[in-house]
Design a protein around this ligand. Structure first.
Ligand SMILES: *Cc1c(COP(=O)(O)O)cnc(C)c1O
Length: 233
């Protein structure tokens, strides 16, 4: 059985509220980012009609295509969450409200330099490779403090926090350990004087564990829009 987008959003929202309560955290302290990658603009429009405002995209062309097609929706907020090559930073700097996947200073510098002056600064997170596998995106835990300090100094960026994508195949205890690692890093950077308010972690399958470890923003695709069909163009 497939749920309508409206029912799926309601169901994900009640999972988030239950996880906040289980973690003794205030109701509403976790934001829902609806990951619309591979789904058409109409699906985003439908979720918007249900009150959802923040949407996540992984591919630059999909982001710009949907942003153009949905320019009539006034409060739509675009979050870029995918790997970002330097030749694609301009389109993201011009279109997105947030980038969760900053993993190198060079990319952050380009985003800052290319952010149009008439727009507010771009909100960013530093992506950290918490699983430690060399094939995965993100800077290492060891590199993160220096990268975060450097990103925080860039004029057209606002560093909001940290993001991770743990190993999806990891058993529950290992997943919890990876979320806890990002939570500890976040606390350490705050102790070092950075003002951070965002821990972007948790997806359809593991949002409860992420919320138990302090997530403030869960990125949920499948549980809202259904299974994705790859490859995308
Ligand atoms: C696709 C994706 C998600 C959503 O994953 P689901 O398992 O479909 O909820 C979240 N974060 C990132 C970075 C993604 O690429």
């Amino acid at each position: 059985m497939t749920l309508s987008i409206q029912d799926a959003l309601a169901s994900v929202t009640s999972r988030i509220r239950a996880a906040e309560m289980a973690a003794a955290r205030p109701s509403g302290s976790v934001r829902l980012l609806a990951v619309s990658k591979t789904f058409p603009a109409e699906a985003v429009r439908e979720a918007y009609a249900c009150g959802q405002r923040a949407f996540g995209e992984n591919y630059v062309q999909e982001l710009t295509g949907k942003a153009t097609g949905l320019a009539d929706l006034p409060e739509l907020e675009w979050h870029f969450i995918g790997p970002l090559q330097s030749n694609k930073t301009r389109a993201v700097a011009e279109t997105a409200h947030w980038v969760h996947s900053v993993e190198r200073l060079k990319i952050a510098e380009r985003l800052s330099a290319q952010r149009p002056e008439h727009l507010p600064p771009l909100q960013v997170c530093v992506q950290v490779n918490v699983s430690g596998e060399s094939s995965k995106s993100g800077c290492t835990l060891a590199e993160a403090p220096a990268l975060a300090q450097a990103v925080a100094r860039l004029p057209q960026l606002v560093l909001r926090g940290l993001m991770c994508i743990p190993d999806p195949a990891a058993p529950a205890e290992e997943l919890a350990r990876q979320f806890a690692g990002l939570q500890q890093l976040h606390a350490r950077l705050e102790a070092d004087g950075l003002e951070l308010d965002t821990l972007s972690m948790g997806m359809s399958a593991d949002l409860e564990s992420a919320i138990a470890h302090g997530s403030t923003c869960v990125r949920v695709g499948t549980a809202i829009f259904g299974a994705r069909h790859y490859p995308v163009a």
